[in-house]
Design a protein around this ligand. Structure first.
Ligand code: NAD
Length: 476
């Protein structure tokens, strides 16, 4: 049985309760884990507060070296971690390997910033006094993570937090804690001190983290409704909050675009991780001159995405993570078809004995989706792509911005003036121009509108795990 990690101890829930983690491809039990609650979060927060006393005071170059060594050790275990990730989450081994590697690389990327925390000297009117702005770590940070990219999204929070000298109480999604535990264990084997990162498991631990008085900041990745609840609850103890929430990223393809490049990027953007991505290509607007030819290319690519158990090397797309998640996507698709949309590819569940016990679904493309369909208005968190023909860029931008979300967006065109206009006008935290939808470690990433606020990745994320303090020296 897997256990939580609190102050370096492998620990069961205070209540003694447990639950099972099941493989989304087979329904088999992968492991049993503790169902933690407020008492466990309290222990974890106390442990993190104690560790903060030493971790935050460590010389910053030592912190950098410890994190690099720990990350290297974790990276030596990528294969083992990736296999567990595939079993608990469903994604293909290739996708899991990429994700496990990114966890270690992310720790390394932020480790390099650990000894580069700069402040400012500010000249004051009276020359016998001078002012400084210094940056300090915040304290204990709560990191709450969803199930679609359990490791990437944990690293996005843990890495900048601990590099800046904070300590962490980390809550993986209830259904995907196992690979996260392996990563944190590997960091500790590689030299990360006890108590710097504590892992609690179980649905009830999320709210307990948000409520806990010792925790000073919450970084949540999750759905928009969860973000609203967390923000309201966090206001009771005035915690700092970073919210990375839902998205419905538009992609505009104009007549002069590189169609091969666009088809490849859109296919990866929509079908990678079985479409369970926040940054993705969730609404596709194609200019009329290339509508048919781009769709033909997209269909050819979708046809090659053989669904299957992620552990099977022939699988190109794993199952959806849960039955509920699949039912939601199927309901959104049915709603569009009932309103008159036209199915272009897929639309069902793959057939065969190997698919009977898992939450498999076909990659799906659907055209002529009416404006009032759920697929345009809501986040589609699965491998189904609604497509619409547009006359020109004006129409594309109007439709793209007609959304409550503002996470990512993309445009494909050879016309730089059109691209610049889209960059200016698309209401989103990220715009890709003729480029694949990937969040780069170097660039700040985060949404606008109801996709949340605050940044992960980049120096900006690192700074959000510090707070400024003004200092005045008088009589100098
Ligand atoms: P979710 O909101 O149901 O859960 C996310 C995490 O929050 C889980 O660990 C969950 O246990 C916890 N949680 C739920 N209610 C809570 C509460 N009241 N207090 C504290 N914690 C609580 O999301 P999910 O279904 O796991 O993930 C899918 C969602 O995440 C999608 O909407 C997706 O777009 C979004 N997402 C966003 C990004 C981004 O960077 N913007 C990245 C990935 C996923």
């Amino acid at each position: 049985m897997a256990t939580m990690i609190i102050e370096g101890d492998r620990t069961k829930a205070a209540s003694g309760e447990t639950y099972e983690i099941r493989n989304p491809a087979t329904g088999e039990v992968v492991d049993e884990v503790p169902a933690g609650g407020p008492a466990d979060v309290d222990r974890a927060a106390q442990a993190a507060a104690k560790a903060f006393g030493t971790w935050s005071k460590l010389p910053s170059n030592q912190r950098r070296e410890i994190l690099h060594k720990a990350a290297q050790h974790m990276l030596s275990k990528v294969e083992e971690i990736a296999t567990v990730l595939t079993k608990e989450q469903g994604k293909t081994l290739l996708e899991s390997r990429l994700e496990a590697r990114r966890f270690g690389e992310n720790i390394g990327w932020f480790a390099d910033l650990a000894d580069k925390i700069h402040g400012q000297y500010v000249r004051l009117p009276d020359l016998t006094t001078y002012g400084l702005v210094v940056r300090k770590p915040i304290g204990v940070c709560g990191a709450i993570v969803p199930w679609n990219f359990p490791l990437t999204l944990a690293a996005n929070k843990v890495a900048p937090a601990i590099a800046a000298g904070n300590t962490v109480v980390l809550k993986p999604a209830s259904t995907t804690p196992l690979s996260t535990l392996l990563c944190i264990e590997a960091l500790m084997e590689g030299g990360l001190p006890e108590g710097v990162v504590n892992v609690v498991i179980g649905q009830a631990t999320g709210e307990a983290i948000v409520e806990h008085p010792l925790i000073r900041k919450i970084a949540l990745t999750g759905s928009t409704p969860t973000g609203k609840r967390v923000m309201a609850k966090a206001s009771e103890t005035l915690k700092k909050v970073t919210l990375e929430l839902g998205g419905s990223d538009p992609c505009i393809v104009l007549d002069d675009a590189d169609l091969e490049g666009a088809a490849r990027a859109i296919s990866v953007g929509r079908f990678f991780n079985c479409g369970q991505q926040c940054l993705s290509t969730k609404r596709l607007y194609i200019q009329e001159g290339v509508y048919d030819s781009l769709l033909e290319k997209l269909v050819a690519r979708a046809a090659k995405l053989k669904p299957g158990n992620g552990l099977d090397k022939d699988s190109r797309m794993g199952p959806m993570h849960t039955e509920t998640q699949r039912a939601e996507v199927e309901a959104q698709l049915k709603d569009a078809l009932d309103r008159g949309a036209k199915l272009i590819f897929g639309g069902g569940r793959p057939k065969g004995p190997e698919y009977e016990k898992g939450w498999f679904i076909e990659p799906t493309i659907v055209g002529e989706v009416p404006d009032d369909s759920r697929m345009w208005k809501e986040e589609v968190f699965g491998p189904a792509l609604p497509v619409r023909k547009i006359k020109d860029l004006d129409e594309g931008l109007r439709l793209a911005n007609d959304s409550q979300f503002g996470l990512g967006s993309s445009i494909w065109t050879a016309n730089m003036a059109a691209a610049h206009r889209a960059v200016q006008e698309l209401e989103a935290g990220y715009t890709w121009v003729n480029s694949i939808v990937i969040a780069h470690d170097e660039l700040p990433f985060g949404g606008t509108k109801q996709s949340g606020f605050g940044k992960e990745h980049g120096v900006e994320a690192f700074l959000q795990y510090t707070e400024e303090k003004s200092v005045v020296y008088g009589g100098v």
